[in-house]
Design a protein. Sequence first.
Length: 467
Amino acid sequence: MLKGRPLQYFGTCIALLNMLGMGMHVGWPSPFLPVLERDPLTSITKDEGSWIATTYLIAGPVGSIIAGIALNKIGRKRSLLLSALPFLTSWIIIAITQRLGFLLLARFIAGIGGGAIYSVLPIYISELVDPPIRGFLISVMGTLTIVASLFINILGYYVNITYSSLICTLPSVVFLLFFPFIPETPNYYIVNGKIDVARKVLSQVRGRQIDAEEIQELVESNEKGLAKAGVLDLFKIASNRKGLFVCLGTMGAQQLAGIVPIIFYTQTIFEKAAADFPVIASTSLLYVLLIVFSAVSSAIVDRLGRRPLLITSISCCCVALLMEGVNLYLKSQGGLNSIGLSWMTLGDLSFLVIGYSIGLLVLPSVFLSELFPLNVKGLAVGFCNIYFSVVAAAVSKLFQITSDHYGLHVPFFVFSASSFLSLVFAVIVVPETKNKSLEQIQIDLRNKDEHNKGEQTHLLKKYCSEQ
């Protein structure tokens, strides 16, 4: 039986198979929407294609709400097992029929699974693994999403919708076969008062015996987090409020960099840029860059820290989006020929995905798993993922509407301006959590709040004494 780090790595790898199923749904519109629009049997319009793409995101809040409730009711492990079923179901529907109504249904079902996965998986990993490898393993989530998106883009170039959908069921099938043998997290048992079971599981996960005194210290360190909490505690308690503000800000920065619609419409963007090279080749290059640099980010996030990577990432995105907006505007005014535009577009988007992958791709999930105590973690994750899905859907629809009616350059300018505001937020607000235990992060958040209150009291007393 596996114990210690081998168990942590193996369990996380099996759990991460869900990200492959999710990533293939994220990347699916890029190769297959153009096929559906050209196929006389389906006759999908551009507006209908846009809804097929965004329905996945619209359904995300449903999955997040369900997962937020299920986390402490049935546990992290069972919640993950259930979240794989929507992916499996949706791929089977798409394989059977490509009629508009069924495609929308399949994408909605898949979106429920995606919302649930993003709510549960970061928590499961953060509670299962040791702090020195926590950031790395959580950040792999983003990398695998891109790997799967690249896979579906290449697969869609050679295989039709029916057979590709059947192939896409494999990660969910393998996950459902192996994950039942992976343990639940010790924190779940602590939350539910099963201290003896928690000690047994913690011994297995840590690879050594955990005595009663050590498990009691763990319980006491989370004593404030174990108190019963309601939704309002997310907003009433200052440390929770700070964590929520950071997570909403970084998730907003992630989406307002425009990467989701760019992934959805990658092939369309290159076609409009009149690329003089194969579209599948340029699309694949972008995905390869995302994979390589997100892997680099995963490897260094626990060494360099969260803040430096996030600030660098947003800065690169801001510049790349501005450059591409200028290129597309000059093209619309006749200032660039098609050859120059296509190569500039490839260069700008390459710079964008490199910048995005070193920070924005992975860090919001890391912060979401680290910044909340046990009693509100499920609520916080559910709330943040609802916000994530709403913003992602709105941004994707904004991209389609503004590019169709005002020109492709307009959304790039909007995303660049948004990224500048995100940069200001990251510099001023986002904390560093590198190499800190979950308990220490909560202590720091509470102490900072108490320190701020102390300063305010001191200033008030000083003011009163001067009057």
